[in-house]
Design a protein around this ligand. Structure first.
Ligand code: ZN
Length: 850
């Protein structure tokens, strides 16, 4: 056991996992104790140090779970070849460590002839092969299994035809007078040998027993095949050839499961204790008639079997007038493929049952039934007739038995995820085509399209189109090109994207999350930058046009349908002024501000808060943020300028365009691979970065927002392998923001001027004219025109603010001018403003050469 390093590795893995509860769990002598039970969650489970293959819950009455440890940590098997590399002295090391992982020790491996083979059938995983013998064609036969076969690849592997040959342990002297157990697989047979029994493996249940030379062992055989259909058929065949053979079928799992679920050296006791029941199971498997089955069962257990499967149908058995009876109740059997859980309304989650219905003859059908359909014989009959063309004839008792069997089946629960990105309940990040688990590992969906989030929970992916990432272009080059095409702004945008991927942890910790604004000249590739950033988060989209946001709740809902990702809001092609309620959107800066409150349908009183767990990038030519409160929630890029575009930025831009979208998406996978570290360390980095900005800009909020960007820039630098000091740039942005915010606040009057600026050209300027540095406005007509174009101002408040505006000269005076297109020269009542004082915005950002 000394060189059984696998067990030690498994112990260390348990200690590093969340099964290990600090202060409660400990390693002492032969046990790990005080472990968190994976089923009930109480720290009352244990495992054996010498064979930690099962986590055993000691709460016998309320839980008593035995959970296979390697099901919790399947990566240990996947990595067995890497963790225990073969060496020249020990070329079969991965195979031996794998056998250790199956609970086998040097006791059963002594004298065993086995080999490690790499990349079996080119499936990417190696395996262990056992020497069987030479077949009738004179060829060596090896049989074994692949360590970690990829999805859809069978785990068994043969080299050489196995017909007519079987495996016996080359290091064991077989005694014909002792019972010899016949198993299908070598590892099963080795498990019995480990328990001190004598066993051979016939490699397949379809092996013809009459063609095998058992060399004297046939005198005392125990046929112990798997309890599945093929195993039962095999059992019949063997009994036909060897009528005096005994037979046994495991009550639960196989002999290797039994070996690994008991204390080292204690499996034999459990095996011996189960012999009578295993014999009964074999008799049940051999029963000719359902009535025989019911009687065998009743004789052994003392009660009738109730609902049971016999020859591909269900039968119901009870006792009437001291007589056991059995009655056929269906022409099918069924299995629960999975449970579908829709928890989008947390107060009333809905369960559905996905069944695989197997008719006596014909192909299986998959269908979904609901709780109400399971409650009555007639509703179940009707549902199965409708969905699966299957006939259920059971009465109330049989129906209840089937229902409870369906409810208690140990099938996976599949929870449908509705939000794209971070799923709070599982702490996984879920896309349609892949998932990132809490450790940062990327998983692809299984054959049914589900993700295995944990041992018991599967996730149904959200229905949004996403991109399946693929490695290719290096992250450092992607970074370099983006920052080459948009100097500093590119790096800022990447920092913001990376921060956005952690909104769910940043926002609750800090209580806020800033917005990003990309603004500046048209034709500088702002929208394209956003498109590439979206590709980096595995989305093939640009963003949501801002002008659409006011059209309905649908767009608002789009913002709620993602978490831990950013969404871009784009200004339309025409310079349309923002019409949605910027003020409402900007309250989403703070944690806990719901996006929308919606009534829960089934419950008249309840409401559901739709939390905003994503981030926003505003993309526009001219920033729409006016008030100090609005401006300070936004990190604004340096203005994008046509003048800054040069040969090298153009080359970088073209190179960025050429990177395939799936390779861009790999940035996300690589970043999330470090999620544990980022989640643990970002806060410290944030505090440091914020203080650095605060030294230059004495404004908490501005320093917080820009500090967060600096912190995530530094994280991105590490992950992308970039070298760029963004501190001077971010400090300059923060200083500029500080100046803007401390400038006079924009108010209703400024909005009025903006609106006039936009609407006047469309309305032939009939309500405004410019003359010698002054702006003359026919106020009543102006308000009417603006109203007609979607700008509603309330005159009283507007007049007040206009009079306080620095540009205000006077009101209600006469002005002779040419008004409108007709150029009618007339005298009108006007308000007069100083045209040079209309704009609240500052001049260009200084000291920020791109
Ligand atoms: Zn438990």
């Amino acid at each position: 056991m000394a060189d059984n390093t696998f067990c030690r590795k498994l112990v260390e893995r348990i200690k590093a996992s969340d099964l290990w509860v600090s202060g409660k769990s400990k390693e002492g002598g032969r046990h790990l104790s005080g472990l968190k039970c994976p089923e009930c969650g109480h720290a009352e489970a244990s495992a054996y140090v010498e064979g930690p293959f099962a986590i055993l819950c000691s709460r016998k009455n309320s839980c008593g779970a035995r959970v296979r440890t390697l099901e919790l940590f399947p990566e240990l098997i996947e990595k067995v070849e890497r963790d225990f590399k073969p060496t020249p002295d020990d070329p079969h090391r991965p195979a031996r460590e794998y056998l250790y992982s199956r609970g086998l020790t040097n006791k059963s491996l002594e004298g065993l002839r086995f080999e490690y083979r790499r990349d079996i059938r080119k499936c990417g995983s190696g395996g262990v092969l056992f020497y069987v013998g030479v077949n009738s064609a004179g060829k060596e036969v090896w049989n074994g299994r692949i360590f970690a076969p990829p999805q859809g690849i069978d785990k068994g592997h043969n080299s050489g035809a196995t017909a007519g040959v079987y495996w016996r342990h080359p290091g064991l002297v077989y005694d014909p007078n002792r019972p010899t157990f016949i198993k299908e697989g070598v590892i099963d047979a080795l498990s019995l040998i480990e328990m001190g029994l004598q066993a051979i493996a016939v490699l397949s249940s379809v092996q013809d027993p009459s063609k095998l030379d058992l060399g004297g062992l046939e005198k005392n055989l125990v046929i112990a095949f798997d309890p599945d259909h093929a195993g039962c058929e095999g059992l019949r065949k063997w009994i036909a050839v060897y009528p005096s053979a005994k037979s046994m079928i495991h009550v639960e799992g196989d002999s290797n499961d039994l070996l690994r679920s008991r204390a080292p050296g204690k499996a034999r006791e459990a095996f011996d204790a189960a012999i009578p029941e295993m014999k009964c199971r074999a008799r049940l498997a051999l029963a000719e008639k359902a009535q025989d089955y019911a009687e065998i069962f009743y004789d052994f257990y003392g009660f009738p079997p109730g609902l049971f499967e016999f020859q591909k149908s269900y039968w119901f058995s009870g006792v009437m007038k001291d007589q056991v009876y059995a009655q056929r109740v269906s022409n099918f059997t069924c299995a629960v493929d999975h449970y579908a859980l829709d928890a989008s309304n947390p107060e009333n989650p809905v369960n559905k049952y996905h069944l695989c219905v197997k008719p006596v003859d014909g192909k299986p059908t998959y269908c979904t039934i609901t709780g109400p359909e399971l409650t009555h014989p007639w509703s179940l009959r009707s549902a199965l007739l409708t969905y699966a063309r299957a006939l259920w004839e059971g009465e109330a008792k049989a129906t209840m038995s089937l229902a409870s069997r369906i409810i208690q089946a140990k099938s996976p629960v599949v929870r449908q995820v509705h939000v794209l990105g971070h799923d709070e309940a599982s702490n996984c990040v879920v896309f349609r085509d892949f998932l990132i688990d809490p450790d940062g590992k990327m998983l692809e969906p299984d054959a049914k399209g589900f993700f295995r989030a944990s041992r018991k929970e599967f996730l149904g992916p959200p229905k949004f189109q996403t991109v399946l990432p693929k490695s290719g272009e290096s992250l450092s080059r992607i970074y370099q090109l983006i920052n080459g095409a948009w100097p500093n702004n590119g790096a800022l945008a990447i920092a913001f994207a990376v921060a956005s991927w952690f909104v769910w942890t940043v926002k609750p910790t800090l209580g806020f999350f800033p917005f990003l604004s990309l603004h500046g000249d048209p034709q500088t590739g702002k929208s394209y930058l956003v498109r590439r950033l979206n590709a980096m988060q595995a989305l093939d989209e640009e963003g949501l046009p801002m002008t659409k946001l006011n059209t309905g709740k649908g767009e608002i809902r789009q913002l709620a349908q993602r978490s831990g990702l950013f969404k871009a809001l784009l200004e339309g092609n025409k310079a349309e002024t923002l019409r949605f309620d910027l003020e409402t959107i900007l309250t989403l800066y703070n944690a806990g501000n719901p996006l929308q409150v919606r009534a829960i349908r089934d419950n008249g009183l309840g409401t559901l808060l739709t939390q905003f767990q994503s981030s926003l990038i505003f993309v526009q030519n001219k920033e729409p943020f006016k008030s100090k409160a609005q401006m300070e929630r936004v990190v604004s890029s340096a203005p994008f300028k046509v003048d800054d575009i040069n040969g090298s930025s153009t080359d970088a831009f073209r190179a960025v365009q050429r990177i395939p979208i799936r390779e861009m998406a790999w940035c996300y996978v690589e970043t999330m691979r470090h999620r544990r570290d980022i989640e643990a360390e970002w806060y410290e980095g944030y505090v440091r970065a914020r203080n650095e900005i605060l030294d230059a800009v004495p404004d908490n909020r501005i320093a917080e927002n820009h500090g967060l960007m600096l912190c995530f820039h530094r994280i991105a630098e590490k992950i992308f392998g970039a070298k760029l000091d963004l501190r001077p740039f971010l400090t300059a942005l923060a200083e500029r923001k500080h100046r803007q915010c401390n400038h006079r606040q924009a108010n209703l009057a400024d909005h009025f001027f903006e609106a006039v600026d936009e609407i006047a050209p469309k309305t032939s300027k009939e309500f405004v004219c410019l003359d010698d540095g002054k702006m003359y406005v026919r106020m009543a007509l102006a308000l009417k025109s603006l109203d007609g174009n979607g700008y509603k101002f309330y005159a009283a408040q507007l007049y007040q603010e206009l009079k306080e505006h620095p540009a205000f000269v006077t009101s209600n005076v006469n002005k002779r001018a040419y008004w409108g297109e007709e150029m009618t020269d007339s005298v009108q009542k006007v308000w007069i403003f100083d045209a040079n004082k209309l704009d609240v915005e500052e001049g260009p950002l200084e000291g920020m050469g791109a």
